[in-house]
Design a protein around this ligand. Structure first.
Ligand code: ADP
Ligand code: MG
Length: 266
Protein backbone atom coordinates (compact mmCIF):
# COMPACT_ATOMS: atom_id res chain seq x y z
CA UNK A 1 0.00 0.00 0.00
CA UNK A 2 1.29 3.42 -0.99
CA UNK A 3 -0.08 6.47 0.80
CA UNK A 4 0.65 10.04 -0.14
CA UNK A 5 -0.32 12.43 2.63
CA UNK A 6 -0.38 16.22 2.33
CA UNK A 7 2.55 16.30 -0.06
CA UNK A 8 3.67 19.78 -1.02
CA UNK A 9 6.61 20.49 -3.29
CA UNK A 10 8.17 23.91 -3.72
CA UNK A 11 11.06 24.07 -6.20
CA UNK A 12 14.21 26.03 -5.29
CA UNK A 13 13.03 28.95 -7.47
CA UNK A 14 10.00 29.28 -5.20
CA UNK A 15 7.49 27.69 -7.60
CA UNK A 16 4.92 25.51 -5.82
CA UNK A 17 4.37 22.49 -8.09
CA UNK A 18 2.27 20.49 -5.62
CA UNK A 19 -0.01 22.20 -3.11
CA UNK A 20 -1.15 19.43 -0.78
CA UNK A 21 -1.66 16.08 -2.43
CA UNK A 22 -3.44 13.17 -0.76
CA UNK A 23 -3.91 9.90 -2.59
CA UNK A 24 -3.27 6.21 -2.16
CA UNK A 25 -2.75 3.06 -4.23
CA UNK A 26 -3.39 -0.43 -2.91
CA UNK A 27 -1.35 -3.48 -3.82
CA UNK A 28 -2.22 -4.58 -7.35
CA UNK A 29 -4.18 -1.40 -8.00
CA UNK A 30 -3.54 0.59 -11.19
CA UNK A 31 -3.97 4.33 -10.70
CA UNK A 32 -3.83 6.70 -13.68
CA UNK A 33 -2.74 10.29 -13.06
CA UNK A 34 -4.26 12.67 -15.55
CA UNK A 35 -4.01 16.43 -15.93
CA UNK A 36 -2.80 19.21 -18.16
CA UNK A 37 0.86 19.61 -18.95
CA UNK A 38 2.46 21.35 -15.96
CA UNK A 39 -0.19 20.11 -13.49
CA UNK A 40 2.44 18.38 -11.34
CA UNK A 41 2.19 14.71 -12.42
CA UNK A 42 5.92 14.14 -13.00
CA UNK A 43 6.79 15.99 -9.82
CA UNK A 44 4.49 13.71 -7.84
CA UNK A 45 5.95 10.55 -9.40
CA UNK A 46 9.48 11.77 -8.67
CA UNK A 47 8.68 12.30 -4.99
CA UNK A 48 7.75 8.61 -4.74
CA UNK A 49 11.11 7.28 -5.88
CA UNK A 50 13.04 9.90 -3.96
CA UNK A 51 14.27 11.85 -6.99
CA UNK A 52 12.38 14.87 -5.66
CA UNK A 53 12.24 15.84 -1.99
CA UNK A 54 8.91 16.81 -0.49
CA UNK A 55 8.68 20.22 1.12
CA UNK A 56 5.87 19.04 3.42
CA UNK A 57 3.89 15.86 3.95
CA UNK A 58 4.81 12.19 3.94
CA UNK A 59 4.75 9.17 1.67
CA UNK A 60 4.15 5.81 3.31
CA UNK A 61 5.04 2.50 1.69
CA UNK A 62 3.51 -0.35 3.67
CA UNK A 63 3.26 2.05 6.59
CA UNK A 64 6.88 3.22 6.49
CA UNK A 65 7.69 6.86 5.68
CA UNK A 66 9.88 6.90 2.57
CA UNK A 67 9.83 10.66 1.97
CA UNK A 68 12.70 11.57 4.25
CA UNK A 69 15.07 8.71 3.51
CA UNK A 70 18.79 9.30 3.00
CA UNK A 71 21.92 7.22 2.38
CA UNK A 72 21.51 3.45 2.11
CA UNK A 73 17.78 3.66 2.87
CA UNK A 74 17.31 6.00 -0.10
CA UNK A 75 19.37 3.67 -2.30
CA UNK A 76 17.22 0.71 -1.22
CA UNK A 77 14.09 2.74 -1.91
CA UNK A 78 15.20 3.59 -5.47
CA UNK A 79 15.97 -0.06 -6.06
CA UNK A 80 12.49 -1.06 -4.99
CA UNK A 81 10.64 1.49 -7.11
CA UNK A 82 10.37 0.42 -10.75
CA UNK A 83 10.20 3.43 -13.05
CA UNK A 84 9.23 3.48 -16.72
CA UNK A 85 10.04 6.71 -18.59
CA UNK A 86 8.45 8.25 -21.66
CA UNK A 87 11.77 8.14 -23.52
CA UNK A 88 12.56 4.51 -22.53
CA UNK A 89 16.04 5.45 -21.18
CA UNK A 90 17.76 2.33 -22.52
CA UNK A 91 21.48 2.10 -23.19
CA UNK A 92 21.29 2.00 -26.99
CA UNK A 93 24.51 0.13 -27.75
CA UNK A 94 23.98 -2.59 -25.13
CA UNK A 95 22.07 -5.81 -25.84
CA UNK A 96 18.52 -6.06 -24.61
CA UNK A 97 19.41 -8.54 -21.84
CA UNK A 98 22.10 -6.22 -20.44
CA UNK A 99 19.58 -3.40 -20.39
CA UNK A 100 17.23 -5.55 -18.34
CA UNK A 101 20.11 -6.56 -16.06
CA UNK A 102 20.54 -2.86 -15.27
CA UNK A 103 17.41 -3.39 -13.17
CA UNK A 104 19.58 -5.64 -10.95
CA UNK A 105 22.30 -3.01 -10.43
CA UNK A 106 20.70 -1.72 -7.25
CA UNK A 107 21.15 -5.17 -5.72
CA UNK A 108 24.88 -5.29 -6.44
CA UNK A 109 26.96 -2.91 -4.40
CA UNK A 110 30.61 -1.98 -4.72
CA UNK A 111 32.95 -3.77 -7.09
CA UNK A 112 30.32 -6.13 -8.53
CA UNK A 113 28.25 -3.14 -9.58
CA UNK A 114 31.29 -1.29 -10.94
CA UNK A 115 32.17 -4.12 -13.31
CA UNK A 116 28.54 -4.94 -13.97
CA UNK A 117 29.08 -8.43 -12.68
CA UNK A 118 25.81 -10.31 -12.50
CA UNK A 119 25.22 -13.65 -10.84
CA UNK A 120 23.38 -16.45 -12.62
CA UNK A 121 20.44 -15.71 -10.32
CA UNK A 122 20.38 -12.12 -11.62
CA UNK A 123 20.52 -13.38 -15.20
CA UNK A 124 17.66 -15.74 -14.56
CA UNK A 125 15.54 -12.92 -13.14
CA UNK A 126 16.35 -10.80 -16.21
CA UNK A 127 15.39 -13.58 -18.65
CA UNK A 128 12.17 -14.24 -16.76
CA UNK A 129 11.35 -10.52 -16.91
CA UNK A 130 11.88 -10.52 -20.67
CA UNK A 131 9.63 -13.57 -20.96
CA UNK A 132 6.87 -11.66 -19.24
CA UNK A 133 6.85 -9.04 -21.99
CA UNK A 134 7.35 -11.66 -24.74
CA UNK A 135 10.76 -10.43 -25.81
CA UNK A 136 13.16 -13.27 -24.99
CA UNK A 137 13.84 -13.74 -28.70
CA UNK A 138 15.32 -10.22 -28.70
CA UNK A 139 17.69 -10.80 -25.74
CA UNK A 140 20.91 -10.49 -27.77
CA UNK A 141 19.80 -7.67 -30.07
CA UNK A 142 21.22 -4.22 -29.51
CA UNK A 143 18.61 -1.98 -27.89
CA UNK A 144 18.78 0.60 -30.68
CA UNK A 145 17.69 -2.03 -33.21
CA UNK A 146 14.26 -2.36 -31.60
CA UNK A 147 11.02 -0.61 -32.47
CA UNK A 148 9.61 1.97 -30.07
CA UNK A 149 7.04 -0.46 -28.68
CA UNK A 150 9.72 -3.12 -28.11
CA UNK A 151 11.99 -0.58 -26.41
CA UNK A 152 9.28 0.33 -23.95
CA UNK A 153 8.60 -3.35 -23.24
CA UNK A 154 12.33 -3.79 -22.50
CA UNK A 155 12.05 -0.85 -20.10
CA UNK A 156 9.08 -2.58 -18.46
CA UNK A 157 11.16 -5.79 -18.16
CA UNK A 158 13.99 -3.78 -16.58
CA UNK A 159 11.54 -2.37 -14.01
CA UNK A 160 10.29 -5.92 -13.30
CA UNK A 161 13.86 -7.18 -12.86
CA UNK A 162 14.10 -4.78 -9.93
CA UNK A 163 11.49 -6.95 -8.20
CA UNK A 164 9.79 -3.68 -7.34
CA UNK A 165 7.53 -2.90 -4.41
CA UNK A 166 5.99 -0.03 -6.40
CA UNK A 167 5.68 0.55 -10.14
CA UNK A 168 5.63 4.05 -11.60
CA UNK A 169 5.41 5.13 -15.23
CA UNK A 170 5.63 8.71 -16.47
CA UNK A 171 3.71 9.03 -19.75
CA UNK A 172 4.94 5.59 -20.83
CA UNK A 173 3.20 5.61 -24.21
CA UNK A 174 3.48 9.28 -25.14
CA UNK A 175 6.22 8.53 -27.69
CA UNK A 176 4.26 5.73 -29.40
CA UNK A 177 1.55 5.77 -32.01
CA UNK A 178 -2.04 4.96 -31.07
CA UNK A 179 -1.98 1.25 -31.87
CA UNK A 180 1.34 0.61 -30.10
CA UNK A 181 0.11 2.65 -27.13
CA UNK A 182 -2.72 0.19 -26.56
CA UNK A 183 -0.41 -2.83 -26.86
CA UNK A 184 2.24 -1.43 -24.52
CA UNK A 185 -0.37 -0.26 -22.00
CA UNK A 186 -1.97 -3.68 -21.91
CA UNK A 187 1.47 -5.31 -21.34
CA UNK A 188 2.29 -2.83 -18.61
CA UNK A 189 -1.01 -3.23 -16.83
CA UNK A 190 -0.94 -7.03 -17.11
CA UNK A 191 2.51 -7.35 -15.53
CA UNK A 192 1.67 -4.75 -12.88
CA UNK A 193 -1.39 -6.77 -11.84
CA UNK A 194 0.65 -9.99 -11.77
CA UNK A 195 3.26 -8.27 -9.68
CA UNK A 196 0.57 -7.19 -7.21
CA UNK A 197 2.24 -3.89 -6.29
CA UNK A 198 0.79 -0.37 -6.21
CA UNK A 199 1.10 1.07 -9.72
CA UNK A 200 0.79 4.74 -10.65
CA UNK A 201 1.05 5.92 -14.23
CA UNK A 202 0.72 9.39 -15.61
CA UNK A 203 -0.99 9.37 -18.95
CA UNK A 204 -1.98 11.90 -21.55
CA UNK A 205 -4.86 10.14 -23.24
CA UNK A 206 -8.03 9.96 -21.16
CA UNK A 207 -9.36 7.03 -23.21
CA UNK A 208 -6.31 4.92 -22.30
CA UNK A 209 -6.56 5.94 -18.66
CA UNK A 210 -10.20 4.94 -18.38
CA UNK A 211 -9.65 1.72 -20.35
CA UNK A 212 -6.80 0.40 -18.23
CA UNK A 213 -6.83 1.97 -14.77
CA UNK A 214 -8.80 0.89 -11.72
CA UNK A 215 -8.81 4.46 -10.48
CA UNK A 216 -8.24 7.87 -11.97
CA UNK A 217 -6.66 10.74 -10.08
CA UNK A 218 -7.03 14.13 -11.77
CA UNK A 219 -4.49 16.81 -10.93
CA UNK A 220 -4.84 20.50 -11.69
CA UNK A 221 -2.33 23.11 -10.59
CA UNK A 222 -0.74 20.83 -8.02
CA UNK A 223 -4.01 19.70 -6.42
CA UNK A 224 -6.10 16.55 -6.65
CA UNK A 225 -9.39 17.68 -8.20
CA UNK A 226 -10.78 14.21 -8.92
CA UNK A 227 -10.28 10.76 -7.43
CA UNK A 228 -12.59 7.96 -8.48
CA UNK A 229 -13.28 5.01 -10.75
CA UNK A 230 -13.26 5.48 -14.56
CA UNK A 231 -17.08 5.19 -14.54
CA UNK A 232 -17.39 8.24 -12.32
CA UNK A 233 -15.19 10.46 -14.51
CA UNK A 234 -17.95 12.72 -15.80
CA UNK A 235 -17.72 15.64 -18.24
CA UNK A 236 -17.90 17.87 -15.20
CA UNK A 237 -14.92 16.16 -13.61
CA UNK A 238 -12.96 16.38 -16.88
CA UNK A 239 -13.76 20.05 -17.04
CA UNK A 240 -12.34 20.53 -13.55
CA UNK A 241 -9.18 18.62 -14.46
CA UNK A 242 -8.50 20.17 -17.85
CA UNK A 243 -10.00 23.64 -17.41
CA UNK A 244 -7.60 26.25 -18.64
CA UNK A 245 -7.30 29.06 -16.15
CA UNK A 246 -6.96 32.11 -18.32
CA UNK A 247 -4.56 34.59 -16.74
CA UNK A 248 -6.35 37.70 -15.44
CA UNK A 249 -4.64 40.08 -17.89
CA UNK A 250 -5.69 37.95 -20.90
CA UNK A 251 -9.23 37.76 -19.59
CA UNK A 252 -9.31 41.57 -19.29
CA UNK A 253 -8.02 41.87 -22.86
CA UNK A 254 -10.71 39.52 -24.14
CA UNK A 255 -13.38 41.52 -22.28
CA UNK A 256 -12.21 44.71 -23.97
CA UNK A 257 -12.31 43.05 -27.39
CA UNK A 258 -15.81 41.67 -26.97
CA UNK A 259 -17.32 44.57 -25.06
CA UNK A 260 -19.90 46.82 -26.76
CA UNK A 261 -18.37 49.81 -28.59
CA UNK A 262 -19.71 52.43 -26.16
CA UNK A 263 -18.10 50.61 -23.26
CA UNK A 264 -14.71 50.71 -25.01
CA UNK A 265 -15.08 54.43 -25.65
CA UNK A 266 -15.33 55.15 -21.92
N1 ADP B 1 13.08 21.85 -11.39
C1 ADP B 1 12.05 22.69 -11.48
N2 ADP B 1 12.13 23.96 -11.02
C2 ADP B 1 11.09 24.81 -11.09
N3 ADP B 1 9.88 24.49 -11.60
C3 ADP B 1 9.73 23.24 -12.06
C4 ADP B 1 10.78 22.27 -12.03
N4 ADP B 1 10.33 21.11 -12.56
C5 ADP B 1 9.05 21.35 -12.90
N5 ADP B 1 8.68 22.62 -12.62
C6 ADP B 1 7.37 23.23 -12.82
O1 ADP B 1 6.44 22.56 -11.98
C7 ADP B 1 5.18 22.40 -12.63
C8 ADP B 1 4.80 20.95 -12.65
O2 ADP B 1 5.69 20.26 -13.52
P1 ADP B 1 5.53 18.72 -13.83
O3 ADP B 1 5.47 17.98 -12.54
O4 ADP B 1 6.62 18.35 -14.77
O5 ADP B 1 4.11 18.67 -14.55
P2 ADP B 1 3.46 17.57 -15.49
O6 ADP B 1 4.27 16.33 -15.39
O7 ADP B 1 2.05 17.42 -14.98
O8 ADP B 1 3.47 18.15 -16.87
C9 ADP B 1 5.34 23.02 -14.02
O9 ADP B 1 4.83 24.34 -13.98
C10 ADP B 1 6.83 23.03 -14.23
O10 ADP B 1 7.22 24.08 -15.08
MG1 MG C 1 5.26 15.28 -16.89
Amino acid sequence: MLEIQGVRVVYPNGYQALASVDMAARNGEIVALIGRSGAGKSTLLRTINGLQRVTEGRILLDGKDISAMVGNDLQDLRRSVGFVWQEFNLVDRLPVLDNVLCGRLGYNRGVASLFRYFSSADREIAVRSLERVNLVHRATNRADRLSGGEKQRVAIARALAQQPRVLLADEPVASLDVELSWHVMSDLVRVARDEGVPTILSIHQVDLATAFADRIVGIAQGRVVFDGTPETLTEDALDRIYRFDVPAELRAMRRRETAPREAVAV
